[in-house]
Design a protein around this ligand. Structure first.
Ligand code: ATP
Length: 326
């Protein structure tokens, strides 16, 4: 592999606030190092369809504060097939792209890892997903903004819940992981938090609510991760209603508003660091690795490890849920 002269950058999988800040950092770090940069639109689909556009320093001006991703993102079935990846390789070759930065979640890294086993164009990943569930990094781009959006919404729900003595089941994102549920639950003082990772006693909502009721709570908020084993907030509320007689039970599903909005300062700074580190990694000859943050330092994690398992919940935070609700 000769010296890298031109790199591609794409966003893939679910969109997350801060992805634009990462694209900007990749673009400017590349230009700073004398590289050309190509934006690949609509995730891997843009690789398969050769949907490329050159990026310059001015192209990424006025983007750091914007939510979404100006390169667009997608889920691409064709890239899952050997034929699709072959077409992608031929398109990258024809455009003389000799390294790619993928900003996305573990699915995107799985695809990148398979591609790197088949073809010799190096891929480096930047963790971008609101779920914060990627193994090997304390942090993923978009999580902090999503969390703050959820907390702001739950605070508003709490106002009306208190005014009317209601119980709300609030569903938050997290199909396979409870990070958003756990952190937003702690930050908003939720009475109970239901997450895919936690089973058994800790999930006894009725007991938790009744304990709280002995000190005359005027409202109850139960945060539910969408991927909870008992179902979403609607199903869970229906299931428990017969045991919650006397409570005025309501359900709110926060849905896609959790993905939108201007990225938080933390997401912008971390996206800038990670985007910069990804280009540095390509220049250092790395491939099939994700750049991550551990204890606020940049680390490189092989895709192979990053995709093997999801990151677990922080046990200390799990342990204090009940303590903070006595
Ligand atoms: P999020 O965590 O936000 O959902 P993600 O990156 O995990 O993001 P996925 O939909 O799982 O999102 O993956 C994004 C894309 O990566 C897929 O649409 C597909 O193109 C590619 N991809 C995922 N898994 C594979 C695989 N096993 N082989 C080839 N490509 C894959």
């Amino acid at each position: 592999m000769g010296k890298i002269k031109k790199i591609g950058v794409l966003t893939s999988g679910g969109d997350a606030p801060g992805m634009n800040a990462a694209i900007r950092a990749v673009t400017r770090t590349a230009i700073y190092n004398g590289l050309e940069v190509i934006g690949i639109r609509h995730g891997y689909l843009g690789m398969v369809n050769a949907n490329f556009k050159p990026l310059y320093s001015y192209t990424v001006s006025d983007t750091i504060q914007r939510g979404g991703t100006f390169l667009k993102t997608a889920r691409c079935e064709a890239f899952r097939t050997p034929e699709g990846r072959k077409t992608a390789y031929e398109n990258l070759r024809a455009a003389e792209i000799d390294g790619v930065v993928v900003i996305g979640g573990d699915g995107s890294f799985k695809g990148a890892s398979i591609f790197n086993e088949e073809y010799n164009i190096p891929f480096v990943g930047v963790p971008g997903t609101i779920d914060n569930d990627i193994f090997g990094t304390d942090y993923t781009i978009g999580y902090d903004t999503a969390l703050n959006t959820v907390v702001e919404a739950v605070d508003k729900i709490r106002d009306t819940a208190s005014a009317m003595n209601r119980m709300f089941f609030v569903e938050v994102m997290g199909a396979e992981a409870g990070h958003i549920a756990l952190y937003s639950g702690i930050a908003s003082g939720a009475e109970a938090i239901l997450m895919p990772e936690i089973r058994g006693e800790a999930r006894d909502i009725v007991k938790i609510i009744e304990t709280g009721n002995t000190r005359k709570k005027s409202s109850n908020i139960i945060i539910v991760a969408e991927g909870d084993e008992e179902g979403g907030a609607l199903a869970i509320a229906e299931k428990y209603k017969p045991q919650l007689e006397g409570y005025d039970v309501r359900v709110v599903i926060l849905g896609h508003l959790q993905r939108g909005g201007s990225p938080s300062a933390l997401d912008r700074v971390n996206a800038s660091r990670l985007g910069n580190a990804a280009v540095e990694a390509l220049l250092d000859g790395q491939q099939s690795v994700m750049v991550g943050l551990q204890n606020n330092e940049i680390v490189l994690i092989p895709f192979r490890k990053a995709v093997k398992q999801h990151k677990g919940l922080n046990q200390h935070i799990v342990d204090i849920i009940d303590i903070l609700n006595v």
